[in-house]
Design a protein around this ligand. Structure first.
Ligand code: N7H
Length: 447
């Protein structure tokens, strides 16, 4: 069984709070910080069990913490204990820019360029005020032992868009569950615990004992060009009998994602949105992409869902063969939240982003090369995945800033290929972290 008391709460089920703060810090005084990590931070760290039991009344703000590789070094975790055996983590995200096909670091938040960030504290709450007071009280206790390098505030969008990301699509529908933990809901991936949690069954990498029950946290600040995305849809509606121009634009957007704004999968509702389907978690994830006669070597049927669609690129389901879970160990648990304000009337009328908004992307996995990095590099950015002529993931696929061919978006004619000259999602950078177990914080990382 899993030690849910010891696994940080954001990893398997997410904090599920409407407001979040990501506080990136450097350690200035190792001895002082280690002692405060034990006495001041650890008592605030929220476990999975506390969230499951709704046992967080004592603290109106949920707290989690994770460290970068340079952070472990700053904590004097050295020798074998320092080797988590995860190359992207060891190198830091700034050194992964080429693999991820970010167009260099020109668009990166300057504080993410380099490896100065030692850790991140995640605060989640119902209100901004309660986050602010928890932060202020913690900062006064931590004093000069740390310094703030950067922070990003995330928040759910206001009604009627709560739970939807900034392009307008319902998010947080499909996350894997781990064997014997919760669910599964129909269509949900069930993966060995070790695919998400280090040191559990299915994690076959050799690591120091203290790392057990932790997970790698990938953080990315992903800016979204919402008015530009909407302009692209308005300019390129799919033309089919029975569709208005606006419906044709909505269909194009839905095929880029693989889901309608309500969350309804296009493979189950190929022409129009179906809000009842989108809202029903017994049906909205229950599909495999398999069509009659589909074979892995010849995936030609894109009439319902393009092979390039974001959710098909990032979880190909039956495209990799069935049963899905024995053939793919490239699953991540996503726990991100939107950041930035709603689109203003000015931005809508000029079709141009003036104020930054996007997704504070968080992904957990036991192995960054198999998880986030693999999904981005070998699936989303790979024009030949899952076969030649598929093109990029139109949402997150990156070509180092070059234009991106995307095929299969138009159900009326596979010859109508798109070449996207705008990246609707722009990487502002981030860092790779390790979210340790509570006992590792108590016995290894602090004093
Ligand atoms: Fe994606 N979007 O709004 O278009 N994503 N994503 N993502 N994403 C998903 O099924 C989005 C990003 C995955 O199990 C949905 O829960 C945006 C990165 C995976 O079927 C929507 C951004 C990576 C899934 C979006 C972004 C992934 C998924 C449908 C950036 C990994 C689940 C909601 C700004 C490298 C697939 C849902 C499955 C779903 C969007 C980023 C991966 C609407 C806007 C960087 C694995």
């Amino acid at each position: 069984g899993l030690n849910l008391n010891d696994i940080q709460g954001d990893i398997l089920i997410g904090m599920r709070k409407p407001v979040e703060l990501f506080f990136f810090f450097g350690i200035s005084n190792t001895a002082a910080f280690k002692s405060k990590l034990k006495r001041e931070i650890l008592p605030l760290v929220t476990s999975t069990l506390q969230i499951l039991n709704n046992d967080t009344a004592a603290a109106s703000t949920l707290v989690n913490i994770a460290f970068s590789h340079t952070g472990l070094v700053a904590l004097n975790v050295t020798g074998d204990a320092n080797n988590l055996n995860d190359p992207p983590f060891a190198a830091g995200q700034v050194n992964d820019v080429k693999n991820l096909s970010d167009p260099g670091t020109t668009n990166w938040v300057p504080q993410f360029v380099g490896t100065n960030i030692h850790g991140v504290i995640l605060f989640g709450s119902d209100t901004e005020d309660s986050i602010n007071s928890t932060l202020a009280s913690l900062q006064s206790k931590l004093g000069n032992s740390i310094s703030e390098i950067y922070s990003l505030r995330g928040a759910m969008r206001p009604p009627p868009n709560m739970g939807h990301e900034h392009f307008g699509f319902l998010d947080g529908i499909s996350n894997p569950t781990i064997n014997g933990f919760q669910g599964p809901k129909p269509g949900q991936a069930v993966v060995p615990a070790g695919e998400i949690i280090v040191g559990q069954h299915g994690d076959n990498v050799t690591r120091p004992a203290w790392a057990k029950d932790g997970s790698f946290l990938v953080f990315r600040q992903l800016k979204q060009l919402v008015p530009e995305f909407n302009k692209f849809l308005a300019d390129n509606p799919i033309v089919e009998p029975g569709l208005t121009q606006e419906q044709g634009s909505d269909l194009l957007g839905a095929r880029m994602v693989g889901r309608w704004k309500s969350g309804a999968p296009v493979v189950l509702s190929p022409m129009f949105d179906d809000p009842a389907l989108g809202a029903d978690d017994n049906r909205n994830n229950n599909f495999t992409f398999a069509e009659p006669g589909q074979s892995q070597s010849n995936l030609t049927d894109q009439s319902k869902c393009p092979l390039s669609a974001h959710i098909r690129k990032t979880r190909p389901r039956a495209d990799l063969g069935l049963p899905e879970n024995s053939t793919s160990f490239h699953h991540i648990v996503r726990a991100g939240i939107p950041y930035g304000p709603e689109v203003t009337p000015d931005e809508t009328s000029s079709n141009t982003t003036e104020i930054e908004r996007g997704l504070a992307f968080v992904a957990y996995q036991s192995n960054i090369m198999n998880g986030f990095q693999f999904l981005q590099e070998f699936w989303a950015n790979n024009q030949k995945f899952i076969q030649r002529g598929v093109g990029f993931d139109p949402i997150i696929g990156a070509a180092g800033g070059a234009e991106r061919p995307v095929n299969g978006l138009d159900p009326t004619g596979p010859v109508r290929n798109f070449t996207l000259s705008t990246d609707f999602v722009v990487s502002r950078g981030g860092e790779y972290f390790f979210a340790p177990s509570l006992s590792a914080i108590a016995h290894t990382l602090s004093v």
